[in-house]
Design a protein around this ligand. Sequence first.
Ligand code: ASP
Length: 328
Amino acid sequence: MADIRVMREDLLPPKQPPRRHLLSVADLTRHDVERLLATARSFERSLEREVKKLPTLRGRTVVNLFFESSTRTSSSFELAAKRLSADTMTIKSSGSSVDKGESLKDTALTLGAYDPDVIVIRHPHIGAPQLVARVTEARIVNAGDGKHQHPTQALLDLYTMRGAFGRLEGLHVAIVGDVLHSRVARSLIQALELVGASCVLVGPPTLIPRAIGVESSSDIETLAEADVVYVLRMQKERMLEGANFVPSLREYSERWGVTRERLRPGQVVMHPGPMNRGVEIDPAVADAANALIQQQVRSGLVVRMAVLYDLLAHGPAPVPAEAALEVA
Ligand code: ASP
């Protein structure tokens, strides 16, 4: 009979898996996206109750570290953590020691000393979230790094689209405007591909990156083919000083502004905010019934609850106490 030998290592609890982060849409599989959207849906249902707080992350700490302006992302991460009963603090660079010249590494080390479970970071420099992941023990969520990635925005956009159409597979999305400087576009393009949706980039050739490998057009009439018209603002803060990507904002809005006349019935309009009404989007479009902009904000809360929950709840598989005792 074969000699079956059980090694002591076989009976030990499995090693801790590597810490999980959400740094980029590239970190996700389609299965991950589906799981996160389903979790967000169940959180949405739980928020329909009168008492909206869940005990899920009681005793956990979430730090929001924002080195760039934000309204929607910072408020929704803070509320998401609070709804899940985590302890949370939000630190904005202005008014913090960053104003006194402290480096990102030192700020991260300082906050890391409180042993936070999650650090949510927004930073103007690409790769800042990776640096914080290296110097702290926390799970890191990228809430926007330069023009690179904004994965939770892409997830909340998918959630909103599925809510409107009941499906994602086969949807066609036109992303209109300053794609060149947009982390939202980069994340969304990858996310749409993951779920079997397609997209086209529309805008002046100077604001559409060539190497992105996605169909593009400078003809605003291309919008007519899309189910979703996703509008982006001009990201002036990321444009090189003195660079002129369009002759003037007036000309931009005449040629590429999203107006009622450029839309057809059955389409929905989305915008990650902040909007510049009268530039990339006509106020009548922003306020129309088929604009899902407020819905995107609502989706942001439940999707960010799902992301925090997912990073913290999917720890190592529990090991039955007896198994651990037998080999002790
Ligand atoms: N709020 C989005 C971002 O942080 C879009 C924008 O700022 O235009 O990237």
